[in-house]
Design a binder for this molecule. Structure first.
Ligand SMILES: [Zn+2]
Length: 230
């Protein structure tokens, strides 16, 4: 009887151990558990459903368009300096791609285009470096900051952004020690953000005082431009 009890004990212990082992192997890492609980966000992170499947598809698409372009267009000779001595600072929003220049009546060679998320000076200060090159290397004398309505940067939630980084295996500190809100240049009001950027550029130590800076807001849907005079 004692031996039977011992065998039973051994078998139950083995089964328990196997069960624990299977459960451990089957468990999801915390990041994936978070991702599973945010299926909408996961879909957003994987990109639009109709996006090309691979870099090969992207390259093929761009190459075909490029071949068609070079067949249609004669080579264009333009100086590297903008004809209007103008730099436009605008957002990276894809809805402005291909529309921004026509909305402003700008032709190739007219202006230096500086596009940076939220057309704002964030912790990385991409604008200053580009504008310094524009002013001191390209002869730019006029800078127009062009914000737009419905800007994605105005909707960024730093905590959710950090969570998304973590879900993709990236430490929030890979972006440096600045507070995320500051690093990202998050703002809440597009018009005020333009005014703030204009003010920062007017007082930027790297920009000479004879460079004039103005600000405006584009309606991303209608294309209407509104000057933001202080
Ligand atoms: Zn934007």
């Amino acid at each position: 009887m004692a031996w039977e009890a011992l065998w039973l004990y051994v078998i139950v212990a083995l089964l328990l151990r196997l069960a624990v082992s299977w459960a451990w192997k089957g468990r999801l890492p915390m990041s994936q558990m978070i991702a599973k609980s945010h299926s909408t966000r996961a879909a957003r992170d994987s990109g639009p459903a109709d996006a090309p499947e691979s870099m090969d598809s992207i390259r093929q698409r761009l190459s075909e368009a490029n071949a068609a372009y070079t067949r249609r267009h004669e080579p264009l000779t333009l100086p590297g300096a903008p004809r209007l001595a103008l730099a436009i600072v605008a957002c990276v929003d894809p809805r402005l791609t291909g529309r921004l220049e026509p909305m402003l009546g700008l032709k190739p060679g007219d202006a230096t285009m500086v596009r940076v998320a939220g057309n704002t000076i964030g912790g990385t200060d991409d604008i200053s470096r580009s504008l310094a090159v524009a002013v001191f290397e390209q002869g730019v004398r006029y800078v127009v900051v062009v914000g737009h309505t419905d800007c994605g940067v105005a909707k960024v939630e730093p905590l959710e952004f950090a969570e998304r980084l973590s879900e993709r295996g990236i430490s929030r500190f890979a972006l440096g020690a600045l507070p995320l809100r500051e690093w990202l240049g998050v703002f809440r009001n597009e018009a005020q953000n333009v005014r703030d950027t204009v003010q920062k550029l007017r007082t930027a130590p790297m920009l000479p005082k004879d460079v004039a800076v103005a600000g405006a807001l584009l309606d991303v849907h209608t294309g209407e431009l509104t000057w933001l005079d202080e």
